[in-house]
Ligand binder design. Sequence first.
Ligand code: 5GP
Ligand code: MG
Length: 184
Amino acid sequence: MQRDVDQVLIPRAQIAQRVGELATQITADRSAAAEDGQITILPIMTGAMIFCADLIREIPITMQIGLITVSSYPGRSVISQGAQVIGQQLGDVKGRDVLLLDDILDTGATLRLVKGVLEEKGAASVKTCVLLRKDRPSAQSFAADYVGFEIPDVFVVGYGLDFNNHYRNLPDIVTLKEEVLARP
Ligand code: 5GP
Ligand code: MG
């Protein structure tokens, strides 16, 4: 797995530090905005799984966790094939403040889709937090409330992000060698 890595873009220590900062900011905003107990955290599976696990353990407020699975890069795709909800276990979202978590903001299609689902289900408010945002115009078309890092417009894996459902367990955010992406 390590030999498929081209470049380490964001090493694990830097991720951990930034996740801590995001958690501090979210906790402060939340404490200023409302009483405890109404927040539902909704990671978009599968990419946001590791980000969510690290982030929520640094947010010391009462919360519920829901799950939604969206697929847009099936199999070996490295460009978006259009976002589709393929599974959900939202829990209690009606009348609740929801914080959506995603690994990366690329075209914004995923967050727009899930935000629509939540509004339809009667969420009181929907905020969004992404670990990464690609430096391309389409990523600016969706205004995320919290952004961890801006990255160049390249295909990345690791820390939950996959290629063909592999590499999610790499602890750093990395790019893959050309020949790995091109492998039949
Ligand atoms: P969007 O819907 O904003 O175009 O893309 C967001 C989703 O596409 C993310 O949740 C992620 O699953 C996937 N995605 C976008 N860019 C990348 C990337 O560089 N690497 C990987 N592994 N997935 C990506
Ligand atoms: Mg995703």
